[in-house]
Design a protein around this ligand. Structure first.
Ligand code: DGJ
Length: 714
């Protein structure tokens, strides 16, 4: 059976992944009703029902039984009888915003199409295109469903085209009407230094939404929501996921209605978005998944999807650099002599890449100046970047560097030359964030200038790694490059421009690995991950806080994307001295790096660091490719295992923040009859590990246990 099937008799379109089915039905030849999303099934009979209700409007031509307010739909339209929040709203040439599209036809084809200008999921197996038309606005709507059977994911997005010049006021990428409402909502919310904390609450009547209006996906809400059965846990129960592939303003919303149904809408934030349809519009993607094996399986679906279809295949499974980043070691106080010492010491500790963070350019000695002046500071780097990089390489280290290309300080040569190149609302004062302004990414000239300047700055310099930062939110968004009527498009155009910049710079440095960053994890999303294989997770490097941040991050994003550094930050600022082993174990939910002065490390700590980096290399492949099975998570305890796809090896880590001397470690996701041997030679069957084994305390400031197994089939 194909992955997308049209059942002519009932006019049902059925989409199958390996373990799930999604289905819709064309009704009355004009409308598309959603009839099913869940566990794989062939039984799609009698799912469509019309639900006439007193005091409900109905479509006059169809009779009293047919109300758009009560039938579940694939897409809903503003002002035409569906009184819930709707997916599409278009301002007609007559001035009103009544919107109503009719189904015209659909096409099913193999593979998937590229999307121009936006990040998108590659190598879909099959695509369904449902075409709608509105004869009043003369707008054509193409709704896409791309199937990824192995990861049990379906990607949805929409395209609008028109012969008329009309204004799109809202266009969600995905709508899901569910004939049930007993759900818990899970979001990943927080703030600067506390990103993506797991937050779960019951869905109640009305709309519960997460969103960003900050111009980046933000520290505050990650563009990702789970709707789960209240009893679903890591390993059991039903859960739906909605992940937006976009780095700017968004909204994901679940609306529970009094008739015990739920509507989910996900896409661009209609509060900050509008689009003149003289230019075609393609929405960003939403990646949908469904799991009846708990939120653990839902996460693994997303991890597989991002690794196989979003992240650049050139880097996704490539061992990542173990960096020494200068930020927490020296902040702006850097110069070549100091950094040569860092490079030499870092090499001895087993690190492989020296990353020069903020402060290497212009007159930048603090955060008050020089963003935009991407020219090396020759007081700090006397021989220039090439000589510096060459010398760093002579110590056997690779070289990495920090940039923040979308930003400019008012105190900079660039701003003095081009004050018109920043986002600002005409005739209004601007707000500052970290003493900086935002460059106008709606303006191709600005993009070209920055690309050119950075290419010149790095010309001939061997650079293996670039950290790309973004340290403020957008305000007063107006662009001198856009017409009056186009100003409403500025926020989306900014993100499209930022993607152009990412494309140009990653293509200009094709062998360099890029790391995303935004004041820590303020732009941690699937859109950015299509340009960078990893993202700096948070500026909070307190290891205890990190446990929670990394735990939340792991729900949507694979461990290989979670950049995680050992630093000297003291736990709750009260530890006597940093316990580098504990910090290392915390990083095992991500890819390893360091933020410390390597010249100031004692011989004993140095030995620990060397050993741990060797250990990291021995499990690196699991971090890049393995399946994550989270264990318990409480304010004081957390454990997880990462298991090879073929179950042949695994590592498991348990953390306990109390002073317990032993704990039980349970490992899910393995086969009962495989015998696993730990690093001390002790043997356990998969069955025993699933039931839980007692492990003893290692001697760290907080309890940590790492256990490595190689498995053998009996
Ligand atoms: C914010 C980042 O999150 C930090 O790691 C560091 O790069 C600073 N910016 C530099 O200004």
């Amino acid at each position: 059976m194909g992955m997308i099937t049209y059942l002519e008799e009932n006019k049902i379109i059925k989409i199958d992944t390996n373990n799930t089915t999604y289905a819709m039905q064309i009704v009355r030849d004009k409308f598309v009703s959603h009839i099913y999303y869940g566990k794989k099934t062939d039984n799609l009979e009698n799912l469509y029902t019309e639900r006439p209700l007193s005091f409900t409007t109905y479509v006059a031509s169809e009779g009293v039984a047919f109300s758009l307010d009560t039938i579940p739909t694939e897409l809903s339209f503003f002002g035409s009888g569906d009184t819930k929040d709707t997916a599409v709203k278009i301002k007609n040439q007559n001035g009103d915003s009544v919107t109503l599209f009719y189904y015209q036809k659909h096409n099913i084809y193999d593979g998937s199409k590229p999307i121009d200008g936006l990040p998108y999921s590659k190598n879909g197996k099959a695509t369904l295109e449902v075409i709608y038309y509105d004869a009043v606005s003369k707008v054509k709507l193409y709704s896409y469903y791309v199937v990824f059977p192995e990861s049990d994911t379906i990607v949805r997005y929409n395209k609008l085209t028109s012969e008329n010049d009309v204004l799109v006021q809202k266009i969600a990428s995905c709508q899901l009407d569910i004939n049930a409402s007993d759900f818990n909502v899970v979001t990943f919310s927080g703030k600067y230094c506390c990103e993506r904390l797991y937050t779960e609450y019951p869905l109640h009547i009305g709309k519960q939404s997460i969103y960003s209006e900050r111009g980046h996906s933000s520290h505050h809400f990650n563009p990702f929501m789970i709707l789960k059965n209240p009893n679903a846990d890591e390993n059991d129960g039903e859960a739906y996921g909605f992940q937006f592939v976009y780095s700017g303003d968004f909204e994901i919303q679940a609306e529970k209605l009094a008739n015990d149904t739920t509507r989910v809408l996900a896409g661009l934030n209609a509060n900050t978005f509008a689009w003149n349809l003289k230019n075609d519009l393609v929405t960003p993607e939403v990646i949908l998944t469904y799991s009846d094996k708990g939120v653990g399986q839902l996460s693994r679906n997303y991890h597989d999807h991002l690794r196989n279809h979003i992240i650049d295949p050139k880097f996704v499974f490539k061992p990542r650099p173990v960096v020494l980043n200068t930020w927490e070691a020296a902040y702006f106080n850097i110069n070549e002599e100091k950094l040569y010492d860092y490079a030499e010491s870092a090499k001895k500790l087993g690190m492989d890449t020296l990353v020069v963070d903020d402060g290497w350019f212009g007159a930048r000695n603090d955060d008050s100046s020089s963003l935009g002046d991407w020219v090396v500071n020759t007081q700090k780097f006397k021989g220039g970047l090439k000589a510096f990089s060459d010398k760093v390489h002579s110590y056997g280290m690779n070289f990495g560097i920090w940039i923040e290309p979308e930003m400019v300080n008012p105190n900079s040569e660039l701003f003095r030359a081009h004050p018109e190149w920043v986002l600002v609302s005409k005739d209004r004062p601007y707000s500052l964030g970290r003493k900086q302004l935002v460059l106008d990414m709606c303006n191709d000239e600005v993009i070209a200038y920055i690309v050119d300047l950075l290419k010149k700055a790095f010309d001939g310099v061997k650079i293996e790694y670039i950290k790309w930062d973004f340290n403020r939110s957008l305000t007063e968004v107006g662009s001198s490059a856009l017409t009056v009527e186009e100003q409403c498009e500025a926020k989306h155009r900014f993100v499209l421009g930022s993607y152009k910049l990412h494309k140009a710079l990653t293509e200009a440095f094709p062998d360099t690995i890029f790391e995303g960053c935004s004041g820590g994890g303020g732009r941690f999303d699937a859109g950015l991950l299509s340009f960078v294989p990893q993202i700096w997770t948070s500026d909070n490097t307190d290891p205890v806080s990190r446990l929670k941040i990394q735990y939340g991050t792991s729900f949507a994003y694979p461990l290989s994307t979670i950049s995680s550094h050992v630093s000297k930050t003291l736990i709750n600022k009260v530890e006597a001295s940093p316990d580098y082993d504990f910090r290392f174990f915390v990083t095992l939910a991500g890819v390893l790096g360091y933020e410390l002065d390597p010249t100031a490390i004692s011989a004993a700590d140095g030995e620990k660091i060397i050993q741990k980096i060797n250990l990291y290399h021995s499990i690196e492949d699991l971090i890049l490719r393995g399946d994550l099975y989270r264990g318990e998570f409480s304010p004081t305890a957390y454990s997880f295992a990462v298991i090879a796809k073929d179950k042949s090896s695994l590592y498991a880590v348990a953390y306990d923040l109390t002073d317990k001397k032993s704990a039980t470690l349970k490992i899910n996701g393995i086969n009962d009859n495989v015998v696993y041997t730990d690093d001390s030679g002790k043997k356990y069957t998969g069955k025993q590990l699933k039931k839980g084994i007692k492990v003893n305390v290692a001697n760290h400031s907080a309890f940590v246990y790492l256990i490595l197994f190689g498995g053998e089939k009996r």
